[in-house]
Write a new protein. Structure first.
Length: 444
């Protein structure tokens, strides 16, 4: 049975990786794979608790999906009201050496609040308005990809894998930020330093004035747009605070923030009597812009991995790694490199299935308590995994949502990225791991 489940997963994932070749949306494949794996498990395992296990996994998965829907709606609401124009309009420098540093820093912190894909879209579209030469933009876009992935790794709401680990209790807000912000910053600063030196060496075309190319949506004032931006960002930042205060799951906090923002926008539009109804971007309208195929893809892939976990396959893999590698830096680093080739969502989901969060009793009963301490809440392994899965996606342009979207928008060549950006990203990646190693010696 286990061999059959592995074959189904491998073939399904191969089809997902080749979705553009076979012209089939990855969401449809992941949903089909989800149904096939659980059907095979139910029919061949003779497990009377199969339905109970299915419901338990579905409950955990839906918590993540509800959180994503709420967060994505808030981000879309900010975007449709031109809130991000306010941020990009602040970029007025015409010096490209300064520009690449400014873009890197803004992207790093934006992606900690927004998802890295949305941040990349915003920054690349802005880049188009100020750098006329397409090939020249590729260098800037490469740093934006690195910054988006590094920025998303240290925030509990910055990346889907970080959200997964945070919501399941593998990491907590303050320890995640406290231990990872410096390694993530190092993983960005080093590539940006070398890229900036390259840009400084060569004469490049003049940067356009961004003010000439920015405009708010029709009928939306700067004050209105700024209000939506502030309310939306505050709502997202409130979610970790809400979890810390109430102890309730993060999806409750994000739905609370979305509900509050919905009420505010309804009130604001209610006061605009001379505003045409068709031009009002209410939340009910914004919900239609949500990327539901992506949500369904996550549903399918997470539940497929859950099926492998229920069948005991992930536990067997964990035992193999424990017996043959038995070193958390090696395991997490390999996962990070793999995340540049394979989507990091199933990789992180698989690791969560292989290694449950260790409690005091588990550590005491272990043959190697020191090793098992790495798997407790906020343990070294979970912090490493969060960093490696997020930052490792920058090693190849196809390794992250940020890279794929930049590749699509700018038609960046895979070989060009491999030649010009991958080595810089790898140096930053290794340097960040070295910082975590030093933290483990002196702070943990």
């Amino acid at each position: 049975m286990n061999l059959l489940l592995i074959i189904i997963f491998v073939l399904g994932y191969a089809c997902i990786a080749l979705e553009h070749k076979i012209k089939t949306d990855k969401a449809s494949i992941s949903l089909f794979m989800f149904g096939l794996i659980w059907s095979a498990y139910a029919l061949l395992s003779n497990n009377a608790n199969c339905n109970v296990e299915l419901l338990e996994h579905l409950g955990s998965t839906c918590e993540t999906l509800i959180f994503l829907i709420g967060a994505m709606t808030i981000v879309e609401l900010i975007d449709i009201h031109g809130g991000f124009h306010i941020i990009t309009a602040r970029i007025t420098t015409r010096n490209k050496y300064k520009l690449i540093w400014l873009l890197a820093i803004i992207t790093f912190f934006m992606s900690a609040v927004l998802d890295n894909m949305t941040t990349t879209i915003i920054m690349v579209m802005m880049l188009r308005r100020i750098i006329p030469n397409a090939k020249e933009r590729w260098f800037f876009a490469g740093i934006i990809i690195i910054a988006a992935n590094s920025g998303g790794a240290w925030s509990p709401i910055g990346d889907i894998t970080t959200i997964m680990l945070w919501m399941r209790g593998n990491v907590t807000t303050f320890n995640l930020i406290g231990y990872l912000i410096l390694p993530c910053l190092v993983s960005l600063v080093i590539p940006t330093y070398f890229a900036a030196k390259q840009i400084k060496k060569h004469k490049t075309s003049v940067v356009r004035n961004t003010q000439q190319n920015l405009s708010l949506p029709q009928g939306i004032s700067k004050r209105f747009s700024r209000g939506i931006l502030i309310a939306g960002v505050a709502g997202l930042l409130f979610v970790p605070v809400f979890k810390s205060i109430t102890g309730l799951p993060p999806y409750v906090g994000v739905t609370f923030s979305l509900g509050a923002l919905w009420i505010v926008t309804e009130f604001m539009y209610g006061r605009k009597r001379n505003f045409e109804e068709s031009a009002k971007n209410r939340v009910s309208k914004v919900l239609k812009r949500i990327d539901m195929p992506t949500i369904l893809f996550f549903l399918g892939i997470l539940m497929s991995v859950a099926g492998l976990q229920s069948a005991g396959i992930l536990g067997d893999v964990a035992n193999f790694l424990d017996q043959n590698i038995h070193e958390v830096f090696s395991i997490a680093s390999v996962v990070g490199v793999l995340s540049s080739i394979i989507d990091n969502v199933p990789l992180v989901a698989a690791c969560m299935g292989m290694y449950p969060v260790a409690d005091a009793a588990t550590i005491a009963a272990s043959a190697d308590p020191v090793y098992m301490q790495a798997f407790m809440q906020d343990g070294l392994f979970w912090l490493l995994l969060t960093y490696c899965a997020g930052v490792g996606g920058s090693l190849l342009i196809i390794g992250s949502a940020a890279g794929v979207v930049a590749m699509g928008l700018e038609k960046i060549n895979f070989a060009w990225y491999l030649k010009n950006i991958s080595l810089l990203a790898f140096i930053g990646y290794v340097a960040g791991i070295a910082v975590i190693y030093l933290e483990s010696l002196f702070l943990m």
